[in-house]
Design a protein around this ligand. Structure first.
Ligand SMILES: NC(=O)c1ccc[n+]([C@@H]2O[C@H](COP(=O)([O-])OP(=O)(O)OC[C@H]3O[C@@H](n4cnc5c(N)ncnc54)[C@H](O)[C@@H]3O)[C@@H](O)[C@H]2O)c1
Length: 344
């Protein structure tokens, strides 16, 4: 089997690559990434070293010949959160939606059999009421979330029995990666809690956020490669069954593991409308051998241990090495990319 992972040099890809390498030691696994965060590692592991091939390319410039011979494509490449989507609106649409759909069309043309798309539970946006199933109405509030739902809609049209597509609507990621992120809620709380003894909640703490450990995301992608009994097109919410938390509860869970930490809630913050509870039972029923293994407490303990093992320190925070929006702005300031996120 030949597998291509786009966006492999990011937070998720840096965990997915070694994970799939272990599962498929004899398969040809390649990565394609523009390399925005290539050097933003905590260590010298460079997970892409275990690949058979690394292509450095913008997915907007992909050609058919880049895709020939692959059986499976996993599309992780994206402007990957709301703050970046707000700052780089047109690039978010171009990269996430237009280039993502073009990638799938080219893949189908050259005979790729399976396409796995990293979508997001953020499509539920202001998800009032019940826990959202895949059949519930979506309510995307941000450019990022809109790019994900628009992509899903186009992918549905091009799926077929010879071109199976799975859209994995991931919960908010957490946990350690050699390209760790501190712009996601749990990682931010644990690392800042450890380094400053304080958790600063920017909202009033009430929004709901389901969480998933990054290694459990890799497990779900593994299932998507292996699943045999399937429809041509599937959308699946991917997260821990019953693991919907309010942001305040996430901070309190961190405080339970690190009891000296103080929690500050910003009572005057304008309300964060992005709040959704998600029902993960469809994925739970279909993928019984591939369910998330990390509880919230496991995820917190994992980050605490790795922060210490890898000596993540104030300097990293000061350099903003692991905050994606700041890392991109830094590349712009250095004239390495422009505001459309094109390489100069
Ligand atoms: N982290 C989360 O909480 C989360 C949750 C749900 C879904 N997802 C999705 O999972 C995927 C991976 O997320 P991540 O956290 O690893 O993001 P990330 O930002 O850490 O990594 C994304 C990677 O895509 C690459 N990339 C961006 N634009 C590109 C382009 N034009 N051409 C080629 N490569 C490009 C970047 O260089 C980076 O290595 C994304 O699609 C994201 O939307 C992430």
């Amino acid at each position: 089997m030949k597998i291509l992972i786009t966006g492999n040099m990011g937070y998720v890809g840096s965990v997915l690559v070694p994970y799939l390498r272990k599962k498929y030691p004899k398969s040809f696994i390649a990565g394609l990434d523009v390399g925005f965060f290539a050097e933003k590692l905590l260590d010298n592991s460079y997970p892409e070293k275990s690949l058979d091939k690394q292509i450095i390319k913008d997915i907007r410039n992909i050609e058919s010949k880049d895709l020939e011979g692959f059986d499976v494509i996993i599309n992780l490449a994206a402007v990957s959160n709301d703050p970046m989507g707000k700052e780089f609106e047109s690039a978010t649409e171009e990269i996430n939606f237009i280039a993502g759909v073009r990638l799938a069309n080219l893949a189908k043309e050259v005979g790729v059999k399976r396409f796995i798309f990293a979508s997001s539970c953020s499509v539920y946006g202001e998800g009032l009421g019940n826990s959202k199933t895949e059949k519930d109405q979506v309510n995307p509030l941000t450019e990022y979330a809109k790019s994900k739902i628009n992509t899903e809609k186009e992918l549905e049209k091009i799926s077929s029995s010879n071109f199976v597509i799975k859209c994995l609507r991931f919960a908010t990621a957490c946990g350690f990666s050699s390209r760790i992120r501190l712009d996601i809620v749990l990682n931010d709380f644990v690392v800042n809690g450890l380094l400053s003894n304080e958790i600063n909640i920017l909202s009033d703490g009430s929004p709901w956020r389901p969480l998933i450990h990054v290694e459990d995301m890799a497990r779900a992608i593994h299932w998507s490669i292996e699943d045999k009994n399937e429809d041509d097109f599937q959308i699946l919410n991917v997260g821990n069954l019953n693991a919907n938390y309010q942001v305040r509860e996430i901070a309190e869970a961190v405080q339970k593991v690190l009891p000296t930490i103080k929690i500050k809630i910003n009572k005057n913050a304008s309300p964060d409308k992005r709040s959704y509870k998600v029902d993960f039972s469809f994925f739970n029923n279909l993928a019984s051998g591939y369910q998330p293994k990390f509880s919230l407490e496991d995820s917190i303990k994992d980050i605490v241990k790795k922060v210490k093992d890898f000596n993540l320190n104030e300097q990293h925070i000061k350099n903003s090495d692991f905050i994606r929006l700041k890392a991109l702005k830094d590349l712009i300031d250095k004239n390495l990319i422009n505001s459309k996120l094109e390489k100069l």
